[in-house]
Design a protein. Sequence first.
Length: 223
Amino acid sequence: MRLVAETGAEHGVAVLSPEWLLFYFMTPAFEKLQQQLKQLPGLGYRSAERIALHLLVEKPAQLTALVTALEAASRSVRRCERCGNLAEGDVCGICADERRDRSVVCVVEHVPDLVALERSGAYRGSYHVLHGKLSPIHGVGPDQLNLAALQARLAAGEVAELILALSNDVEGEATCHYLTEQLPSEQAVKVTRIGFGLPSGGGVHYADSITLKSALDGRRSYS
Ligand SMILES: [Zn+2]
C-alpha cells in the first residue's frame, strides 16, 4: 500500500494516498453511512463524507437529535389521501382548510412545486401532487403517479377547473396530454396550463429559445 499519493509526491508534499485515508477512518459502518448520505439529492461523495464526519465526530449530539427527528417524521408524516401533499393526519392542512376553493385543482409534480406556489401567495385553490411525471425512459408510467386519487376527485364531480402546473418539457407535456385524455367525458372540466414566460425583470434578449417559444404561445390579449 502506497503511503504517499504520487500527485502529492511530485510537488514534494506528503499527501496520503486514498488507500491510507480509507485505512484510517473508513470503517464499514462509516462507509455504510456515507453511502446512504450520498443517495440524498444534492449530496456527492465529498459532501456525504463531510456530513458523516460532522455527525459522528464533531457533533454527536446532533446525530441523536437527527435520528429522533427522522424516526418521528417517518412515523407521522404521510401523503394526504386527497391530494398527495405531506400530511400528519388523513388530509393535509390545505385540504382541511375550508377557505380554499376545492373546485379549482392545481396539478403539480412534486411537493416543492406546491410550496413554491404557496409562497407566491397568488393561489387560493387546492392542489394535486402527482409525485412525478410520465417518463417511459425512466420507467415512470401512469401506475407510478398519484392518479387514482385525482380520478376519484374528478369522478366525485367536485372539480370545475384543472390547472396543469407541470414542467415545460416533453415529459411534462406528455403528462398534461395524458391527464386531459383521462378526463370523464360526461363532465365539463375546464383545463388550463400555467403560462411559461420571461422571468420577472428579465429582458427578451436574455431568454433561451424554449422560454421565448412558451412566452409567445402563452400570450394573452392586452387591452
Ligand atoms: Zn391535501
